[in-house]
Design a protein around this ligand. Structure first.
Ligand SMILES: [Zn+2]
Length: 435
C-alpha cells in the first residue's frame, strides 16, 4: 500500500486509485520562456520518482501521467517582443531545453504533454459552461470567474477572503464584480497572440488551461494532482473552483501532492529573485545528471531543500560508493525495506539510507526504482555514463553558434576534445564519439 500526504486533507492517506488499471496523475509543467532552474527541476524529479513507484506497484501501463506545457503567457509574449521573434520561437526553444535538461536528470517524458495553444477549443467550451451556470461572466473583452458564486472557494489553501485577495495580488479592475474574481480569458491587442472567442479575440489565463486540459485528457476527477507548494494558492485553488463548478461539484483530484522549495541561503530559488542555479550550468561544470537527481531526492519532497555545493559533492560521493557496491551486477528484485520507505509518502531520504546497506543486484535493482545507478559501474567511473553532460554542452555550443558566438562554440569543442570526445557536425545536428 502506498501512502501519500494529501494537502487537501492535511494528512497522509492510503492511496486508493479509482481504477487501479488506469491511474490518472497531472502535474503542472513549465512555462517555456527561459531555462529551467534547479527549483523547477524538483517537481519534475519528484513526480518522475512517484510515477516510477506507481508503475512498479500497479504495472507499467497502469499510470497515465500528464504534464502540461504553458506555451502562451505574458512572460513568453514579453520575451518574444524583446527578441523580435514569434512566440513559438521562444516556446519551442525552451521546451526543447526543458526536455534535454530533465532528460539529463533521468526524468522520463510524461505519457501526455498537452500544450495550451493546442487546447483553446476545450477552454472556450469550459468558459461557456461556467457562464451558463452563473460561475463566470464576460466584461470588456475579459471572462472572469465569479469567486462569490462558489461557496467552497478556498478549501485547498484554507485562507480567509482578505488573505486570498492579498495573496493573489489580484488587480482591482473596473470590469470585476468582486475583487477576488480571477481572469479566465483576456483580450489580445492587434499583433499579440490570440484566438477568436465568443467574447472577442484573446488568450486564456493560466489557471483555466490546466482545468480544461485535465478534463479533455484525463476526465473530471483524477487520482493525483501535483506541483510545487507555491501553486497551492492561487493556481490550484482556482483550478479546483473552475473544474468543480464546471462539473456539477465533482472533485478535481482525489489526492493533492505538493513539493517544497529549493532554497538558496535563506530564500527560495526563483527567477524573480535572480538567485537561480540551472541544471544546464551544473552539467556544464561537469556534474552528472544522476548526481543532481540524487541531490534533489536527498531531502523528503515536502521539506525545503537547501541547495549548496556541499550537497552536490555529497551526492557525488554517495553515487561513487553505490556504484562500487553494485559492481557489474545486473538489476535484481527491489529490496523490501527500500520499497517500504518509498511507499510511505515517498520517503526518499530513508530509501537512500537503506540503499547504502545493500550491494550487488539488490542494490542496482532498488536504485533503478529511484532512477539511480542507470549506468554500468565501469561507465560511471570512466565518465562514459555522462552522456547527458556531453549532450548539454553540445546544446550550449549549438546555441552559441545560433548567437554567432563562435569563440564560445570553438572553446566547447576544444574542451570536449581535451576530454577525448570528438564532435561530428551533420545535417541532423551534432553527434559525438570517444576518440
Ligand atoms: Zn496547473
Amino acid at each position: 500500500m502506498i501512502r501519500l500526504h494529501d494537502t487537501l486533507a492535511r494528512k497522509k492517506r492510503e492511496f486508493v486509485p479509482a481504477d487501479p488499471k488506469r491511474i490518472a496523475m497531472y502535474v503542472c509543467g513549465p512555462t517555456v520562456y527561459g531555462r529551467a532552474h534547479i527549483g523547477n527541476a524538483r517537481p519534475a524529479v519528484v513526480f518522475d520518482t512517484l510515477a516510477r513507484l506507481i508503475r512498479h506497484h500497479y504495472g507499467e501501463d497502469a499510470l497515465v501521467y500528464a504534464r502540461n506545457v504553458t506555451d502562451v503567457d505574458d512572460k513568453i509574449i514579453a520575451a518574444a517582443e524583446k527578441e523580435g521573434v514569434d512566440p513559438s520561437v521562444i516556446t519551442e526553444r525552451y521546451e526543447r531545453h526543458y526536455l534535454d535538461d530533465m532528460g539529463a536528470l533521468g526524468v522520463r517524458p510524461p505519457t501526455i504533454a498537452p500544450h495550451a495553444t493546442q487546447e483553446i477549443a476545450p477552454m472556450i467550451a469550459m468558459m461557456a459552461r461556467l457562464i451558463e451556470q452563473g460561475h463566470a461572466y464576460s466584461a470588456e473583452g475579459h471572462v472572469l470567474f465569479s469567486v462569490p458564486s462558489d461557496p467552497d472557494y478556498g478549501i485547498l489553501s484554507k485562507r480567509d477572503r482578505d488573505a486570498m485577495i492579498a495573496g493573489a495580488r489580484v488587480e482591482v479592475a473596473p470590469y470585476k464584480r468582486d475583487p477576488a474574481d480571477f481572469v479566465l480569458w483576456k483580450p489580445s491587442v492587434e499583433g499579440v497572440i490570440g484566438w477568436d472567442s465568443p467574447w472577442g479575440r484573446g488568450r486564456p489565463g493560466w489557471h483555466l488551461e490546466c482545468s480544461a486540459m485535465i478534463e479533455r485528457h484525463l476526465g473530471e476527477t483524477i487520482d493525483i494532482h501535483g506541483g510545487g507548494l507555491d501553486l497551492i494558492f492561487p493556481h490550484h485553488e482556482n483550478e479546483i473552483a473552475q473544474s468543480r463548478c464546471a462539473h456539477r461539484g465533482a472533485p478535481l483530484a482525489r489526492y493533492w501532492v505538493h513539493n517544497g522549495f529549493v532554497d538558496m541561503g535563506a530564500e527560495k530559488m526563483s527567477k524573480s529573485l535572480g538567485n537561480i542555479v540551472t541544471p544546464a550550468e551544473l552539467l556544464e561544470q561537469g556534474h552528472r545528471g544522476e548526481t543532481l537527481r540524487l541531490a534533489l531526492l536527498s531531502a523528503h519532497y515536502r521539506q525545503p531543500l537547501p541547495w549548496t555545493d556541499t550537497l552536490v559533492a555529497q551526492a557525488k560521493a554517495t553515487l561513487d560508493r553505490l556504484y562500487r557496491a553494485a559492481g557489474d551486477a545486473e538489476p535484481g528484485e527491489v529490496n523490501g525495506s527500500v520499497l517500504d520507505a518509498l511507499r510511505d509518502d515517498l520517503n526518499t531520504p530513508l530509501a537512500l539510507s537503506r540503499l547504502s546497506a545493500l550491494d550487488g543486484g539488490a542494490l542496482r535493482g532498488s536504485a533503478n526504482l529511484l532512477g539511480l545507478l542507470q549506468s554500468s559501474s565501469d561507465q560511471w567511473f570512466q565518465g562514459e555514463g555522462d552522456a547527458g553532460a556531453v549532450d548539454a554542452r553540445i546544446a550550449q555550443r549549438a546555441e552559441a553558434k545560433v548567437n554567432r558566438d563562435f569563440a564560445t562554440a570553438d572553446r566547447i569543442r576544444d574542451e570536449l576534445k581535451a576530454e577525448g570526445i570528438v564532435l561530428e557536425d551533420g545535417p541532423n545536428g551534432t553527434t559525438w564519439r570517444r576518440e
